[in-house]
Design a protein around this ligand. Sequence first.
Ligand code: GAR
Length: 210
Amino acid sequence: TYRIAILASGRGSNLQAVLDAIATGTLDATVAGVFSDRTGAPALQRARAAGVHAQALSPRDYPSRAAFDQALFARVDAVAPDLIVCAGYMRLIDAAALASRAGRIINIHPSLLPAFKGLHTHRQALRAGVAEHGASVHFVTPDLDGGPVIAQARVPVEPGDTETSLAARVLAREHPLLVASLRLFAQARVALHEDRVHVDARALTAALQL
Ligand code: GAR
């Protein structure tokens, strides 16, 4: 089966959506390991509750970003993932760690990229006054939140929205978006070739409707 490693820093609701999809048979894959940069991340408990190997490394135990990422990805590599998924992983990844894994690391980001990169995306969207917001799944490259987009989910911004209400509306769409994207990978229907995403458009539409 298709092996997924997940990096998560916090709550882990996207991780949970993946675990649930696998448990209910709507995603044919296995989570081979969950890795965190925060020892107290609830995501670790979610993984262990599902019987998945989970491990945290603390950045302060390493002299540099490169050293931390070397240690982290040595552990990730040990579970032999086909794909590495950043699901609420809030740390920049060293370019050297990315270079050898091009096309094998993806991220879910809470905005319609290229709009609103970085942090506080819901606040950014409200301040910009956009009518539509959402989430994107994209390949991770050294350009922060700038890698090629694989799939997006859109939601309306409603009058009276707050960061909290908007974040909740987006998050509800993130979960099926991430699962649908992983389904494409597990079915080998998406790939990165020289910075361009090749995706089976019919498969993507079908996956997003599930
Ligand atoms: C999600 O909204 C995800 O898109 C976002 O953090 C949240 C994690 O929630 N990721 C980023 O902002 C990455 N820069 P979760 O821990 O419940 O999955």
